[in-house]
Write a protein of this length. Structure first.
Length: 152
């Protein structure tokens, strides 16, 4: 009986510790996301985006920064096809700017990139409207863009 109670107490303690760690990590990620959402637009990115823009256009529209790395399997197998489907669906109203996170530390730090893939949805002025840490599917990105365009 004592052995069972001890095991139960250890299980409860492990569960409590796990819950506390998960809660702390979620708060940390949410604080980072809020920092990015509240940051000032970056005009330099909009001026320099014509070089990295996969559409080759610089007109005023929604931009998506797609942070990835060469060795990120999820980036290439999931995020890139999702962004291609989004581009096919929405056409010239959006542009996707591919950012290699390891070779772009300034942008990675500015947008508080915690993992790859990360996608950042920007309006025409460069203001951040959505931050997606990890894979963001086509439906989620579409909803974020529609919410942004309905505000305009």
């Amino acid at each position: 009986m004592v052995d069972t109670m001890l095991r139960l107490a250890v299980l409860v303690l492990v569960a409590l510790c796990t819950w506390l760690v998960v809660r702390a990590v979620r708060r940390f990620v949410e604080r980072r996301r809020q920092q990015v959402l509240n940051s000032a637009p970056q005009a330099e990115l909009l001026q320099d985006s014509s070089a990295a823009d996969t559409t080759g256009e610089t007109s005023s529209h929604v931009r998506i920064l797609a942070f990835s790395s060469a060795d990120c399997t999820q980036c290439h197998r999931l995020q890139t096809p999702a962004l291609q489907r989004l581009k096919e669906r929405l056409g010239d109203t959006i542009s996707v700017i591919d950012v290699d996170a390891p070779t772009s530390p300034d942008l990675t730090n500015r947008y508080q990139v915690l993992t790859v893939p990360t996608t950042i949805v920007l309006d025409a002025t460069g203001k951040v409207h959505a931050v997606n840490y990890g894979f963001a599917n086509t439906q989620r990105l579409t909803a974020q863009i529609e919410a942004l365009t309905s505000m305009v």
